[in-house]
Design a protein around this ligand. Structure first.
Ligand SMILES: Cc1ncc(COP(=O)(O)O)c(C=O)c1O
Length: 420
């Protein structure tokens, strides 16, 4: 017997033949989202359907490491595939020649800017947060003796640009320790702001830290730094898509993001944003004709030579996917899952939580140390149970909309089975 799925695929092939479109292009509308009324009736059922119908994650995979790299849903995969097909067929949607890596992608940036809460012109598409952070660090004029301060919780991709500046120009770089777990957002802000000295020019920090998923009070920190004349650079790799936020409400000068973590983008998508005056004085690192035309604003940083524009089509499809489900609905689900992880972990004597119980200080990442766990046994069991999670001395659990409650049950069972 033919399945309805087969019928559908067949119909797309016929449609593709009739329209002359590549098969992947004709299949775009394949799976509509489940009726949103189902969320109120049976939330778990709704999210299980989202996982099954919108993602290609196999049933047996337990994936709890979205914080390193997220998974793209079907509409995103289709958008990437369609665009590659069209490029190869020399059939671009608006009849243009498929020359990628030189254009401003205004309509894509417009759509992204609406989602991120910022102006289109301040935005540049990059290939990851590392590229954006490196561009910012390399592009700010600093001289020997000027100081950059940052927390002691920064990701290597954020720190390295400033380390390079230190090695090359003699810029001072200082790390400010923050408590793990901190008592309050105010405590973190106090530590960073009181560390600003007479030579501090730049304050760099993550809005959500990579190591423990701690949410920092970005606005409070940026406003105080600004009042002292210090440039602020926010590493937002974990922010967009994980928590509710608008870039234009953060108060920072520069922002770097990583849509391939929490925003459903395919791997290889990043963003850089800057205030108009901050972008104006930033030197680009990768350049082609037009690099010095400052009226191009964010687009001045997008002329990088031929790249894979299909991934930016996928990134835009990811924004549409998030909007179709609803950013608030997504946040409320993933934060609720994280809360349940935190609560369960807090009751286990063999774990030591690093995620504070203050609800403002975490989104959907929960981290704990594992003093009472045989790590070798734990790793072996994870691999046997096909569970992907990031951890060594500490474990960081990422929850996204494809995370099932059964995945979390399996995690806690695996921990229980791995006690020393
Ligand atoms: C806080 C933070 N910044 C930057 C990065 C680098 O991101 P990307 O791989 O998109 O360059 C990561 C990656 O995990 C991160 O956690």
């Amino acid at each position: 017997m033919l399945t309805s799925r087969f019928h559908r695929r067949d119909a797309f092939r016929v449609a593709a033949m009739l329209t002359g479109l590549p098969v992947a292009a004709a299949a775009r509308a394949a799976m509509p989202l489940p009726d949103s009324k189902l969320v109120e009736k049976d939330a778990d059922k709704y999210w299980l359907r989202i996982r099954k119908e919108q993602f290609v994650l196999p049933e047996w995979r337990v994936f709890l490491n979205n914080g390193s790299l997220g998974v793209a849903p079907m509409p995103v995969l289709q958008a990437v595939g369609d665009f590659l097909h069209r490029g190869a067929a020399m059939m671009m949607p608006d009849g243009e020649y498929p020359r990628w890596g030189y254009e401003a992608l205004d309509t894509h940036r417009e759509e992204m800017a609406k989602y991120l809460g910022c102006d289109r012109d301040g935005l540049a598409f990059m290939h990851n947060a590392t590229e954006a952070l490196s561009t910012i660090a390399a592009g700010i004029d600093l001289k020997a003796g000027d100081e950059v301060i940052m927390t002691d919780q920064e990701h290597g991709s954020g720190k390295a640009g400033w380390a390079l500046k230190k090695a090359r120009f003699g810029v001072e770089v200082r790390e400010v320790p923050i408590a793990l777990p901190p008592k309050s957002p105010e405590e973190i802000a106090d530590r960073l702001i009181s560390a600003i000295g007479p030579r501090t020019r730049v304050l760099f920090f993550s809005g959500i830290t990579t190591a423990t998923g701690l949410v920092l009070p970005v606005r409070q920190i940026c406003d105080a730094a600004r009042a002292k004349g210090v440039t602020t650079v926010v590493d937002g790799a974990h922010m967009n898509g994980q928590i509710a936020m608008r870039i234009d409400q953060l108060g920072c000068d520069y922002y770097a993001g990583s849509p391939h973590k929490w925003m459903f983008a395919p791997a290889g998508c990043g963003i850089l944003w800057g205030r108009p005056e901050a972008l104006d004085r930033l030197w680009p690192s990768i350049v082609t004709a037009g690099w010095d035309q400052r009226d191009r604003k964010g687009a001045r940083f997008m002329g990088v030579g031929t790249n894979n524009r299909a991934i930016f089509e996928g990134m835009t499809a990811g924004v549409r996917f998030a909007n179709a489900i609803g950013p608030e609905r997504i946040f409320s689900r993933i934060h609720e899952l994280a809360k349940s992880v935190r609560e369960r972990a807090s009751k286990l004597s063999y774990l030591k939580l690093l995620t504070p119980d203050d609800d403002r200080m975490y989104g959907s990442l929960v981290t704990f140390l594992m003093p009472g766990i045989d790590r070798k046994k734990f790793n072996e069991l994870c691999s046997k149970r096909k569970m992907w999670i990031v951890g060594g001395e500490r474990l960081r659990v990422s929850c996204h909309i494809h995370t099932r409650r059964s995945d979390l049950d399996m995690l806690f069972d695996t921990l229980e089975q791995s006690r020393t």
